[in-house]
Design a protein around this ligand. Sequence first.
Ligand SMILES: [Zn+2]
Length: 146
Amino acid sequence: MALISCPDCQESVSDLAPACPKCGRPLHFVAPDPSRMVSVGPEKKASTTGRTVGIGCLVIIGALIILGAIGSHTPENPRISRQVDCEMAIERQLKAPKTASFDDWSDMGTVVTGTVTSQNAFGAKLTKSVRCTFDGMTLQSAVVIE
Ligand SMILES: [Zn+2]
């Protein structure tokens, strides 16, 4: 423990003493309180700011994860996307698009080939080759090879 001097009578008093033994001035109320106030004030502010920043970071991280998931999904599946584009274009040409099932996809970048099995006008199931050409991700043509 340390000795402090009483602000009233300048007597040396233990800093643990609740009051000056000579003049009875309450020490612990006066001395530690202002310093506690000073230290508590900015600490509270700092922790609130820290929490706000923390939440902000979480929101940003969450947004980045979502954006990252969207961003990485699109370029990751160009083959699937070309197949789907081709399937949709071919289905538009079929007599019974709901019966169509596609198979044997082969993606060579600019040319995507596969087979489509669907019912013809007479209800018979026929398998035909399909061939779609792409300029990058843009469908240029979709042909059912008769
Ligand atoms: Zn005193």
